[in-house]
Structure formats: C-alpha cells, structure tokens
Ligand binder design. Structure first.
Ligand code: CA
Length: 311
C-alpha cells in the first residue's frame, strides 16, 4: 500500500480539536519527539471532490533508537479527480486498521506491516507513485528489508506481502524520494498477480546497478551507476521525465477543467432551481391572493344575503 501523506487538515466537527504536530495527548502513543499523529477529517468539494475521515493517522521514527512505527485507524477516504497533495485519479478505500513497526538506522531499513479489513478501489497518478488497487483484504501483512540512507545514492529495498481473503490485485509504479536525498527510489509494488494474496515490492535508487545483479555489487557502493551511465541516457531520462511531467500537467489541467464544468453546471442548475422556485412561489402567492379575493367576495355576498333576509 502506498504511503499516503495527507496534511492533517481539519474541518467541521474537528475544528476545535488540536491538530498540531504533536496531536492530542490522549492519542499520542509515545511520549517521544519522533512520533506525530492526528485524528483528521478532510473535506473539499470544490472543482474536484475530496473527502477523508479517520480516527487517527500518524507515525514516525524515534531518533534515539531508530525504531519506527505508524498506524492508520478507521480510515475512510474518497477522492474523485484531484487531491490536495497533487494526486489525480479516482479513489476509494474503506478501512479499519493498518499499522507498521520497524527499524531505520545506520542506513538499514526493516519494516513489518499489518492490515485488518481493508477494501479499496483506486486508480491514481501521484507525486510518489502511480497505479491501481482493487481488493478486499481481511488480513494482510508484509515485511520489507533494505537500505535507506540520505548519504547513499544506491539504496534499495525488497519486500513481500500476503493476504487472506483478498480476491483483488494491485500494482503501483514507485518513484518517491523517501530519504529526501534527491535520488528517487524507483520500483514497483504488486500484489495478487503471483497467486492469490501474494505480493512483491522492490525499490532502487540505482536501477542499472540492480539490473546488473551480482555484477553490480562489484562496483563501489558510492557510485550511482544509473547516474554515471552517460549524458545521453540522462538526457533521454530527462526527456521521459519531462514528457511524464507534461502528461501529468495536462491530466491535472483536464481534471481542473472538468471540475469547473461540473461546478458551473451545478451553479446553472442551482439558478434554474432557484428561478423555478421563485416562479412557483409567485404562482402560489398569486393563487392565494386570487383565492383570498374569492373568499372575501363570497364572504360579502353571504353577508349581503344575510342582511337582505332581515330587511
Ligand atoms: Ca532517495
């Protein structure tokens, strides 16, 4: 499952609740500066819909021990078009519990995660990954091992996962930069494609080194082979990246345009309803006035009739 870093925005019911980086103390599992978490409710239904819900989402790393942990409890989520973090696509996701625990220190990364009752239908292109997920896990879990070090340009990770009760499948291309060193960690994350409920994940900052297998390990670790592969390759890579960025921008603009159309359509419909209601109101009002006049003249006719009986 891709990391979904959502800003801890809050609207509506939770407006009065503290949502600073430390989170409410009652939900703050560790009294340690490395971990942060918040309840959240996001909602934006402007040009592109977006929703959210969650009792708690948070996590982090304790700088003293290198222990990491994260939890996402009772998630909801929905987006249709564009999300505030730049993700475009169509969303879904229901929830219950998703948590992970691990270790990240001295360049070593080890992580185990577990999910309970997730249902998701999602297809998106985002800043860190792109792909789709269809499924309904009941219990899922996985482990990931590798290296993550902002001082290294050749980090790589490998992970496997499994799930029980999952008829679905997911596949994502990964290209985020988790350690923020400027070298993207390229890879993929697929599940349900190698047999029911089995998944595999790989990332590498140096795809060429990884592709060379054992040969690649003969090259000193401080050299990013992919980067060194030549200006031509880099230029080609940049062209691909530029093309991808352009495509992404076009898609984003398209989504924005569609959102504007929907929004102005809704506004037009609102005007029609409003003027229809106003017209109906006028009719009712003049009908009532007409009925009132009739009643009034009927009343005076009765009164006249009554008087004439006694005169
Ligand atoms: Ca990186």
């Amino acid at each position: 499952m891709p990391d979904q870093q959502r800003k801890p925005a809050n609207v509506g019911l939770l407006d009065h609740m503290p949502t600073n980086a430390d989170g409410p103390s009652a939900l703050y599992a560790y009294g340690n500066g490395g971990y942060t978490g918040n309840p959240y409710i996001d909602a934006a239904f402007g040009p592109s819909a977006e929703a959210g819900f969650g009792m708690f989402r948070g996590g982090g790393r304790d700088p003293n021990t290198g222990l990491t942990g994260a939890a996402d409890i009772m998630y909801g989520d929905f987006y249709n078009g564009r999300r505030s973090d730049g993700t475009i696509g169509m969303g879904g996701r229901v929830g219950m519990f998703n948590g992970s625990a691990g270790y990240e220190n001295h360049g070593v990364l080890a992580n185990a995660n577990m999910g309970l009752l997730t249902a998701e239908a999602d297809a998106h292109v985002g800043p860190n990954d792109a792909g789709f997920a269809l499924g309904a896990d009941i219990i899922s879990g996985g482990v990931e091992l590798g290296t993550r070090d902002a001082k290294s340009s050749t980090d790589s990770t490998f992970g496997i996962s499994g799930s029980i009760g999952s008829p679905g499948a997911s596949a994502h291309l990964l290209y985020g930069d988790a350690d923020g060193d400027g070298y993207r960690e390229y890879g993929f994350d697929m599940s349900g494609m190698f047999g029911l409920g089995f998944g595999i994940k790989m990332t590498t900052e140096d795809p060429l080194r990884t592709a060379m297998g054992p040969m690649g390990s003969l090259v000193p670790q401080n050299i990013n082979l992919t980067e060194q592969a030549g200006n031509a390759a880099v230029t080609a890579g940049n062209a691909v990246a530029d093309g991808a960025a352009w495509t992404y921008n076009q898609a984003a603009a398209g989504v924005g345009w569609a959102g504007d159309q929907i929004s102005s359509g809704a506004s037009w419909a609102g005007d029609q309803i409003s003027s229809g209601a106003s017209w109906a109101g006028d009719q009712i009002s003049s009908g009532a006035s007409w009925a009132g006049d009739k009643l009034s003249s009927a009343g005076s006719a009765i009164s006249d009739g009554w008087n004439s009986l006694w005169n």
